[in-house]
Design a protein. Structure first.
Length: 430
């Protein structure tokens, strides 16, 4: 059963440290295996990928890459209603992310100096999408849509085949709607390595994004530097701040919406109402019995869940900012009054009718969010995640001459005489 804690300025913060430690060692056991996979794929390309696909997925697909001419026949297996939902979600996601686009710029000064910044999309991005028992077509939209808006030239997607070697139609449909350019049937650490290094069939990418199991996450971590990645994702998290106006049925349902992801997931309720805490606890037990992933939810809330009764909302907000959760719901009478006070959260859901799954699938903001307290310094995936920026400088002779002594002074202070010389030779300043 979920733990109830009365906040005293100590117990709740001990719980934060406990949560931070829960996943720190989870990848150590798989690092040797993942390192071996990466090295094999680096050296042997497609042959190594096929070997691991057979061993891990049961069967290699007849063709690794899905030809564009085959996509429509695969998508025909999806229901029309599902396709319509995906199109609506993609439109909402596109509408939100288009507002994030930055433009290149330049500025000129009276002395003829020109400076600016050039903003452009990455050349090629790889998206990893789980496709087995945990198949998430929503992740296709959340990764591919902002990439295309950013101006990425080519979006490559890797997703594991189903047990019979065929693609998951729902994922392929989402990929077409989101504008994915090439689709490869491969999964796991071997797919991440294939995109990072390139193989005979898979092109080398500049950045890899998307969720995956511990092997995928570890591969991304080990390959960071060879390619860029979105973030190192930990177990899913939800934190709910609620006052006495909240509905315990809603709170319990929303806590379990994240607990069902993983036994390591964390679901926490903060409230200043002891009665609400008890009623939510009862609702958790009642609703859990009806859910298909009951065992996972039970393990998650028993081990990493908590209901923390605070003295007031000020204490709850302080705790929320310290925890820096992935998802933060504010189920209070006047939720908007807290927006400016909640500094550390991946995504904030305001009011009783903005549940976290709305953000996961449909509303528009990205669901790829910082976890494990990293919302203190990381941001959600965005259009900016798929662009690179270069600055440029143009100085006239007179402008450089005017600033020459200052540049020389800096260089000589740092002991970099060749830097200073680069300026001196232009004006005979020996």
């Amino acid at each position: 059963m979920i733990t109830t804690v009365t906040a005293d300025g100590k117990k709740e913060y001990e719980f934060i440290e406990f949560l931070k430690n829960r996943a720190q060692n989870s990848d150590k056991d798989v690092i040797p295996a993942v390192s071996e996979i990466i090295e094999n794929v680096k050296n042997n390309g497609d042959r190594a990928v096929e070997y691991y696909t057979i061993n891990f997925d049961g069967k290699a697909p007849e063709k690794t890459e899905i030809d564009s001419s085959e996509i429509d026949s695969i998508i025909a297996k999806c229901s029309p209603e599902y396709l319509e939902t995906v199109k609506k979600a993609a439109a909402n996601i596109a509408d939100f992310h288009k507002r994030q686009v930055q433009q290149s710029w330049l500025t000129t000064k009276e002395n003829g100096v020109i400076m600016g910044q050039r903003v452009r999309g990455l050349k090629r991005v790889g998206i990893y999408v789980p496709g087995g028992t945990a198949a998430y077509p929503s992740s296709v939209l959340m990764n591919a849509v902002p990439a295309k808006i950013a101006g990425v030239e080519e979006v490559v997607m890797c997703t594991p085949p189903q047990k019979d070697g065929t693609p998951n139609p729902n994922i392929i449909a989402a990929a077409k709607i989101a504008g994915v350019d090439r689709i490869f049937l491969m999964g796991g650490a071997q797919a991440v390595a294939a995109m990072a290094y390139g193989t005979q069939s898979v092109p080398k990418v500049d950045k890899i994004v998307g969720p995956g199991n511990i092997f995928v996450a570890t591969a991304k971590k080990l390959l960071y530097g060879t390619v860029d990645i979105d973030m190192i994702a930990g177990p899913s998290e939800i934190l709910i701040i609620a006052d006495k106006s909240a509905d315990p049925k809603f709170l319990a349902a929303d806590l379990m919406s994240q607990a069902e992801h993983d036994k390591l997931a964390s679901a926490i309720l903060l409230t200043d109402c002891a009665e609400l805490a008890e009623n939510t606890k009862a609702e958790l037990s009642r609703q859990m019995e009806k859910l298909s992933r009951k065992d996972i939810i039970q393990s998650s809330v028993d081990n990493f869940g908590a209901i923390i009764v605070c003295s007031d909302m000020k204490q709850a907000i302080e705790f929320a900012n310290e925890l820096a959760p992935e998802h933060l719901e504010v189920c209070c009478e006047n939720p908007m009054e807290y927006v400016g006070k909640l500094d550390n959260a991946g995504s904030v859901f305001l009011g009783n009718y903005s549940p976290e799954p709305l953000g996961d699938y449909f509303a528009g903001p990205n669901h790829v969010l910082p976890t494990s307290g990293t919302a203190r310094f990381f941001s959600p995936l965005s259009v900016d995640s798929f662009v690179k920026k270069s600055s440029f400088i143009y100085y006239t002779e007179d402008a450089l001459k005017n600033d020459a002594q200052d540049v020389i002074r800096f260089a000589e202070t740092e002991g970099l005489t060749a830097h200073a010389n680069s300026i001196k030779v232009r004006f005979n300043l020996d």
